[in-house]
Design a protein. Sequence first.
Length: 121
Amino acid sequence: MKLAICSLVILSVAVAIEAYGWRGGCKSQDDCPEDECCMGFSNFYGSCRKRLAKGYNCQPNLKRGEKFYFGQCPCQVGLECTMRDDYDFPGSQYVKDARCRQPPAEAPIAESSEAPVIPEE
């Protein structure tokens, strides 16, 4: 019986360390550095985890709770979680290769040397 109780205590401590880390937990996104997110494991506490780098698999419609992300952090700042339309996985219509990618550069606005045309009233 003592062995079972001792094992349960050790397991509980190991789970807590994994969930909150040695440095403590977070209660909101403000508790974490910019390159991390507060990932919740309960409705009360979370753990600061690294945001996903370029090329990592991600969840395109990742929902954030009131205080925490659940399951996975979003992509790093400046990256977007996008799916490739041309990616085909045989036997599944749902897999679309969602990864953290650099957003496409916006086309520069062409500058005109002509004066703007002002409509007459």
